[in-house]
Design a protein around this ligand. Sequence first.
Ligand code: BDP
Length: 497
Amino acid sequence: MTTFDPTRRQLLKAAAWLPLASACGRLAFAAGVAPNAAQASLVVRPGRLGRTVSDSLTGFSYETQQLENPAFFSADNHALVRLFRELSPRGVLRIGGNSSDYTVWTAYRGEVPTQRTHKGGPQRPVMLKPEALHTLAGFLRATGWKLVFGVNLKIGVPAMAVELAQAVRQIIGDDLIAIQIGNEANNYEADYNAFDQAWTPYAQAIRAAGVPVAGPDTGANTDWVIEYAKRHAGENVFLSRHYYKEAAPRGSIADLLAGDAAFYIEIEQAMRAADASHLPFRLTEANSYYLGGRDGVSNVFASALWGADFMLAMAQRGVAGIHFHGGTLDSIEASLGRTADGSTTSTDQAARRDAVTSRYSAIAGDVAFGFQPRPLYYGMQLAQQFAGAQMVSADFDVAGANLTAYVARRERALLIALINKDAGRDATVSLSGLHGGGKGRLMRLSAPALDSRNGVVFENGTDDAHAGRSVAVDTHGRCSVVLPRGSAALLHLDRFV
Ligand code: BDP
């Protein structure tokens, strides 16, 4: 939908070449800002502290089927190890999805029902071999990530689930956070009571074997989370549900960037249940659009702005982790009962990696072609900067534009994320309530356009090319930031108060 827009490009350039003080000084630089730019203002309230953001905010979710190739999650898969580790030193990987409900643990010697193929589900059982758990253990050690692992409920083989859970615990050791039982059981159990009845014998047996359990891992039922918390809080490690904005055929950049206010309200309800039971709440599977993601939306720059905003909105409300679902096209399409076509005529390595990857995956590639970040990965990087920080209140007048802001303190420093999800309006954000005379850095998340598949840059300070630029706060604790449409910025100030 968004085509190349020269004004926007110039504006980004202008923002890039700003002299030191004017990037964040009392006067917004006027040159290059579109005439309809929103004059927004953000008043930071350092005295009003909010939630502490979880260290393990960043997460991924992959299908159990991804483990059919033990070389995928392996310490020897250096490119993937690096992408995980560089994203977060303390992330959490969730293995599950539709395919977890159809997985056959090859070491299990008991009966497994013949699985009938059906619409909307895996067309064949996934064969999970012990070797894949051993290489997964190595991958977790190499990345520093922890694991949440899903076992079957739908096919109704509790004995196999218990054996698999025990093997996961034994092979993965302390890197296992918890086992979840059944994926989105709301799609196949009549109601919460039916789910609870089916789930309880599994949970009892798995816990009796000394393996921790979490759940309910429901698709979209906050009421299930609340009911589950009431009944099982004492014997659980965390509460969980999933999130997708919509089904892929209904997806668009405009829809994605419009946000999801109704879901934020639901999350607040889920968090009340989590707080009352003193349990963390995780979105164990999430992404933009289910049914595999939407090409041209889930895999373009708009998804980076959405992802950063979504993660921070969740973190602000106390959600402990967001696990973006993804992986190979093959694994996702199989989870939906479809056959993947990852073929491409392109000889370009990046394009070939892209073609073998599910639409919404934040990381593209596979063992044969190697790996590379997708736009969403950069959005996750921005939000990850808040992991472990404490949210701070702020009043944000967005002047009618589609802007969001998140403020947090980390020790003596202040972090401010500004996200302009507006496709049509640039913004100048006047900040106040800052430490007078403070200094810091402004780092931008940008791309040529909202529908760019490539060319995403996040200045995360790792090297000179991504250093961002120095900024200065005036003596009254004010500065202003120009935020081109379809871009974000992270302001890192050295003093909180
Ligand atoms: C979720 C399933 C997952 C699918 C995803 C999707 O848990 O296995 O891949 O939807 O539809 O409901 O993209």
